[in-house]
Design a protein around this ligand. Sequence first.
Ligand code: SF4
Ligand code: ZN
Length: 303
Amino acid sequence: MNCKICGNEAIFKLKNHNLKLCEEDFKVFLDRQFRRAVKEGKMFNREGTILIAVSGGKDSLLCWHLINKLAYKSEGVFLDLGIEGFSKASEEKISNFAKERGLKFQILKIEELAGLDIKTMLKKKRFCSVCGMIKRYWLNRYAYENGFNVIATGHNLDDESATLLGNILHWQLGYIKRQSPSLSSFGSKLVSRVKPLYKMNEYEIRTYADLEKIDYLNDDCPFKKGNTQDIYKEALNLIESYSPGTKNSFLFQFLDKKGALFGEEGKLDLRECSRCGMLTTQEVCAYCKLIEKENNRYEFQKK
Ligand code: SF4
Ligand code: ZN
């Protein structure tokens, strides 16, 4: 098997691109995918510092690694949910990664910030969507309060295509319309969010992270089991195994055709939350509603 670019021995087979590549050209190919994603999505430039949400896993650490390799200014932020064992292990990986490269990162202890016992909430119900909402809220608030104008996350092709499939299966038109690897900011209180790894799949990311000797956390969050997002990923992987490239065309063609299907992204009708002052479409934001509900439940249990 020979590399399609240089003719030397190929080591990696990217079925979705119908490409066989040697190690060197595999890296060049993925670097180009990354730069293209940043350029096409006008994700960031050399002004200001990029805030990277890091979890200690392969995706977010590779994302930070590539941003740093291209010499953009960046800082990491880790949202610590206080999950026994898992959160500490994540923090250690991030801390080692940052130290080795002389990069700065901040830990946000969500339980302290929210005043909630998140672990108990997570144990009581399958809760990824609520957990995701809490993390998005604090990520945005931290970025806004500390003057960052862009947040980068490690979402990849598998994540984005699974999200699209889930939204289509439930005809969540509002979410489908807004799905994008590059969400622009709506006013300074809603910081723009970008996903520079959205053109790369799990296999490509894992392989690249291993080649670059990134020491990432392999374990999943203990509350992830049975997550519907994983079920959509499995379904897409099954289709992909019969028809390589389907995931790429599913996501990329949607992004190409989205404008024609839904028109240009309109401005959201946003106002300030009457409790916390952050932007929302309602009188009280979803995060403040959740906190109030949980606090009421706690008061009720105390009586
Ligand atoms: Fe939260 Fe679910 Fe992610 Fe665990 S897997 S950190 S519960 S969103
Ligand atoms: Zn609020």
